[in-house]
Design a protein around this ligand. Structure first.
Ligand code: AHG
Ligand code: MN
Ligand code: MN
Length: 345
């Protein structure tokens, strides 16, 4: 197969971005390159997971009381390794670690950024050859560079993210990342081992024809959520739910639609992790023109109280999130009517 010489690799793309900002230090570019390297290692392992005797659960549970899978540990260690060995990251927080890890050495302390990640998203799908992923958010530290990073560097709202992204290990492997300047997607070309720019300037369609929710929890959802889902069904929308947030969000970003993980009777604060899952996707989808809310606030405006906080999340095409809001805040509707005669009493 011949290679298209005009397609930029991830490194070439980030260097091209750097050229536009002569004052930029290049630290974010090297950080993305480091994450890209970990992604390739995880991809290689995920791909041979049936052969290499690595699938399956470990005998430990994580801070969320979920069974830790061997690939969760592998992915966590790869990300931690590249970030610790690199020059751009002062410390990490991971879904698989109770506390932050401060990379306290002279080189890492000089770094501007801290990174939070879900090393392997969709763990329950690992052993069944269904798409899984990695999710990350990058924050500029608040503490002074030159010193070890601290917890306050991590407990920042999502609107402070400098970049956020995900890797999807699917029928092809893709790395998608957003900065405030845009969202770009890179597909791994395994023959050269490089992520190549395949989806420049990604935009989430303003509307979509699928909704994504675990309908099995129907009887645990609040009435307004049930009514919104019914509304989607009455419109003839399709239902799509993989159970890997990365896969469901990748489709939502490309095709439009809405992804919901509401509060349930068993999980009254929701399930998905604010720092490792909701915030990175909320940032990406907003840069791409979509919207992400918790029900009462924009996801990225939530000021976190602890590392492993969870939140309900409703995210996707702007119009569909707008329709959902009418169900969540029926009283609030009156505020947006321009003509009072339209208000039904
Ligand atoms: P993780 O594998 O990192 O624990 O995340 C699983 C998450 C997310 O990927 C997915 O959207 C959700 O859990 C599925 O949960 P349900 O099985 O409750 O629908
Ligand atoms: Mn996850
Ligand atoms: Mn995970």
């Amino acid at each position: 197969m011949s290679h298209n010489q005009n397609i930029l690799t991830l490194d070439e793309f980030t260097i091209q971005q750097l050229r536009m900002f002569p004052k930029a230090t290049g630290e974010l570019s090297t950080l993305l390159r480091d994450i890209g390297l970990a992604a390739k290692r995880i991809y290689a392992e995920v791909n041979k997971s049936g052969l290499a005797n690595i699938p399956g659960a470990t005998d430990t549970k994580n801070v969320h009381s979920e069974q830790v899978q061997a690939l969760d540990v592998f992915a966590h260690n790869q990300l931690k390794g590249v970030l610790k060995n690199g020059l751009s990251c002062a410390g990490i927080a991971s879904e698989e670690m109770e506390n932050i890890e401060v990379f306290d050495d002279a080189a890492n302390n000089k770094s501007k950024y801290v990174v939070m990640f879900d090393p392997l998203d969709g763990s329950s799908n690992i052993d069944t050859n269904i798409s899984i992923g990695t999710i990350f958010g990058v924050y500029r530290r608040i503490s002074e560079t030159g010193t070890p990073c601290t917890m306050e560097d991590f407990l920042q709202p999502g609107n402070k993210q400098v970049a956020a992204g995900y890797i999807i290990y699917g029928s092809s492997t893709m790395l998608v990342y957003a900065t405030r300047r845009g969202v770009n997607g890179f597909t791994l070309d395994p023959s050269i081992g490089e992520f190549c720019l395949s989806h420049p300037n990604m935009q989430c369609p303003t509307n979509g024809d699928s909704y994504s929710v675990n309908q099995g929890y129907w009887y645990q959802y609040e009435r307004e959520i049930q009514l919104f889902i019914t509304h989607c069904q009455e419109k003839g929308m399709s239902q799509r739910y993989v159970g890997s947030m990365v896969a469901d969000m990748h489709r939502t970003l490309l095709k439009g639609g809405i992804f919901l993980y509401p509060a349930t009777y068993r999980k009254p604060s929701g399930k998905l992790r604010l720092m490792y899952e909701c915030n990175p996707f909320a940032f990406i989808i907003q840069v791409a023109g979509g919207e992400a809310i918790s029900g009462t606030a924009k996801i990225i405006d939530i000021v976190p109280e602890c590392l492993h906080q969870v939140s309900p999340v409703f995210i996707g095409s702007k119009m569909l999130v707008g329709e959902l809001k009418k169900y969540l805040h029926p009283g609030g509707l009156h505020k947006v009517y321009s003509n009072p005669a339209e208000i039904e009493i």
